[in-house]
Design a protein. Structure first.
Length: 109
């Protein structure tokens, strides 16, 4: 299930994008690398503004997606295509992201 953020794309920063990615990795038990952060900082906002969104292949089988919608921005993905624990990982990502959104709601994102 995607994490949806009711935020215009213009207000999304590279830092915020990287932080959400790290929460995704934590929830899905994926070890983020320095390359992941470099890639997202260099390409992330460009892909969201000029393409359909981000389709980042973390490693064989794992992917992180970000798409803009009329209502905001959606973040989702998976650690492996067939994962019996995907529901609990989705829920953990939702919880971590909601906590992060609540904590940073007053900040410039």
């Amino acid at each position: 299930m995607p994490v949806k953020l009711n935020l215009p794309l213009e207000k999304l920063s590279e830092d915020y994008l990287v932080d959400i990615y790290k929460l995704f990795c934590k929830a899905y038990e994926i070890g983020p690398t320095d390359y992941d952060e470099i890639y997202l900082r260099k390409n992330g906002l460009y892909l969201l503004k000029h393409r359909w969104g981000i389709d980042y292949k973390i490693y064989h089988g794992a992917e992180f997606f970000v798409q803009t919608t009329k209502d905001g921005i959606s973040f989702y993905g998976y650690a492996k295509p067939i994962d019996p624990d995907f529901k609990s990982k989705d829920e953990k990502f939702q919880t971590l992201a909601n906590e992060y959104f609540d904590k940073n709601r007053g900040d410039t994102i």
